[in-house]
Design a protein around this ligand. Sequence first.
Ligand code: SF4
Length: 417
Amino acid sequence: MARYHIETYGCTSNRGESREIERRLRDAGHHQVEGPDAADVAILNTCTVVEKTERNMLRRAKELESETVDLIVTGCMALAQGEEFRAEDVDAQILHWDEVPEAVTNGECPTTTPDADPILDGVIGILPIARGCMSNCSYCITKQATGRVDSPPVEENVEKARALVHAGAKEIRITGQDTGVYGWDKGERKLPELLERIATEIDGDFRVRVGMANPGGVHGIREELARVFAEHDEIYNFLHAPVQSGSDDVLADMRRQHEVAQYVDIVETFDDYLEEWTLSTDFIVGFPTETDHDHEQSMALLRETRPEKINVTRFSKRPGTDAADMKGLGGQTKKDRSKAMSDLKMDVVAEAHEEMVGTERNVLVTEQGTGDSVKCYDDSYRQVIVQNASEYGLEPGDFATVEVVGHQTVYAFGEPI
Ligand code: SF4
C-alpha cells in the first residue's frame, strides 16, 4: 500500500479522471497524504492549454520530482508532449490516466475492503471473494496488512453475487489479493467452481470479470479455469496474471511462487481453449538484482506472449520490505529499462487494438465516459468507447453490438450496428 499525493490542473475532464484515479487507489488500499514529501509517489495530472501553462507544468514536475520518491505524470500534456518532460530530464513515469492506479501499486496485489463486503457502484458490483494470499513477495507491504488467504465458502460468495445481480449489477468484478488461490486454505482451490456456479445458478444478464490471479495459483487449475471460461458466456475471456519478470533468477529474488515456464503454460492452455481472450500482465522493471540479461529476458517474454494489457512498474523501495534493504540499481538504468519496456508495450498493445478494427463485438455498457460517450467492454474485456451515446440511447447496463471503427493505444472506438 502506497501513500500518494495527487495534483490536478486544467479542465473538468482532468478533474474527473483524477477522481477516478483516487477512487481506484482508495479501493486498492492506498492512502492519500497531504504534500509530496509525505508520499511514496506523487501524481501530476497536467493541462496544456497555453504555453505559460506548459512552463508551469514543467516547473511543478521538477519540484515534485525533488520532493517525493517517485513521480507519475499524466493528463493532456503528458500524452501530447511527453517528450518535453524527458527533454527537461524530469525523472517521471509518463502514463495515460487509466494506467496510473496500477503503476502506483509497485507490483503488489490490490487489497480488498477491510470487511470484504460487496460494493455496488452504478452497474458494477465488486465482490471480494477472499482476503490475503499464499505468497511472501520480497517487495510487498500489502502482505503485512492482509496475511494468509482466508476463504469463505463458495456458497457464501454465490449468494453475495446473487444479491449484487438482484440489486442491479451487470458486471461482477471478482476481486482479492490473489483470486487464483481462493480455497487453498481449505485444502482445494475453488475459483473454477465458484465461477461455474455463478454462471449457472444466478438468473439474469450479466458478466463476470475475474480479478488478479498470480501465475503460481493459476497454474494448477489452468485447465479447469480455461474450460469454465470457454463454456460460459457470462465470464469475460480475460485473465490478469502478473508475471513481473521474464527471468527465473529475478522471480526467485522477488520470492514469487512461479517460474516463467509456468506462466507460459497458462498462456498456452488459454490459447488452446479460447478463440479470443485477453491476457493482462504486469512487469516490474529495475528490481535491485535485475541484470541487463534479465531485462532482455523480460522483453523477450513480452514479445513472445504479446499480452493485450500490460502494466509496467518501475521498481521503487517500500519501507519495511526485504527488497528495500537490497542494493538498488541506478536511477538512469531503471529509467532506460522502463522506457524500453514501455515503448515495446505500446507497440504490442496498439497492434492488438488495430486488429480489432473492422470486427463486430458484443459489448456491455458499464460506465458513462467523458462528454456524451460511454465505456463498454466486449466479451474479452477489451474496452470500447462509443461516442454520441445519447443518439443511440445507450446507457450503463445496456448490451449492444458494435463495429470497431478505430482505436487509441489502450482502447477501441465502436459504432452501434
Ligand atoms: S502475492 Fe505477493 S505481492 Fe501479492 S499480496 Fe501476496 S505477497 Fe504481496
